[in-house]
Ligand binder design. Structure first.
Ligand code: FMN
Length: 237
């Protein structure tokens, strides 16, 4: 079990979480996967349970597209080719741009640590761009997930879908699966809609890669730090 710390931590992610607490404390983004397919029964079980996630007045705004095998490979190729043509995202949703300075520091720090774990020099733009493209290959995961909605896009829909993503990610830990939520997978929604045969009314909100983590990968052992509790949480009585 890991502990909260501002130091770089490295934890073993190969285990299976048997409690919510363990899932919360050991989940982190996995960016290097075994090619091993996820059993169809596991996917069905996981996504069936995931629908227990809460939403505004139980409106359940999500549509969930779980893509594996040849379909996943094809989408990976199409998105990668699209990003190579022009990497500027054209998402259905508005991506955030401005951030407070303390958040900017955390984001910079994350970039440094991820590139460090991937063995990439900060100055090596070519290697950074290549690593960015790994997003569209689902970081080698056997399964990709696209969360779409036909609801009007607004703040509370985003909250509902954020809750839903976290439900998937925590449940995944109870099957020994790893995951990474990816805004990048919503960068080219036209490609996703065309390949999955979705109507224009289905907006791609976010994506996620899912699979068995490569246990010996530096990228996967890296456990992202968190702020000290006193900086973010206040207790009142
Ligand atoms: C809404 C959302 C979008 C994200 N998009 C990406 C992404 O496109 N690519 C990526 O590698 N990580 C992405 N992440 C993962 C974050 O970088 C990661 O959750 C954060 O650094 C905390 O690390 P942890 O997940 O390892 O605890 C995203 C996370 C969230 C919640």
């Amino acid at each position: 079990m890991s502990s909260f710390s501002s130091e770089i931590e490295s934890i073993d992610i190969s285990g299976i979480s048997s409690s919510v607490e363990d899932a919360v404390l050991t989940r982190h983004s996995i960016r290097d996967y075994e090619p091993r397919a996820i059993e169809a029964s596991v996917l069905k079980d996981l996504f069936s349970k995931s629908l227990r996630s809460p939403s505004w007045k139980n409106s359940q705004p999500w549509k969930v597209h779980v893509v594996s095998g040849a379909k996943k490979d094809k989408l990976a190729n199409l998105m990668t080719e699209r990003a190579k043509e022009d990497s500027a995202p054209v998402p259905d949703t508005i991506w955030p741009s401005g951030f407070p300075s303390d958040a900017k520091k955390r984001m910079f720090d994350l970039g440094m640590k991820i590139y460090g774990a991937a063995g990439i020099e900060r100055k090596d733009k070519e290697a950074r761009d290549k690593f960015m493209l790994r997003n569209f290959e689902f970081f080698g995961a056997p399964t990709g997930v696209f969360i779409t909605t036909e609801f009007e896009l607004n703040f509370y829909i985003a909250l509902d879908i954020g809750c839903y993503l976290n439900t998937i990610m925590l449940l995944a830990r109870s099957y020994g699966l790893g995951s990474v939520p990816q805004a990048a997978l919503s960068a080219f929604p036209e490609v996703v809609r065309k390949e999955l045969g979705l109507s224009d009314s289905e907006k791609v909100v976010c994506g996620l890669s899912l699979g068995y983590p490569k246990a010996d990968s530096n990228l996967n052992r890296f456990h992202t730090p968190r702020e000290e509790i006193s900086n973010l949480v206040k207790f009142y009585e």
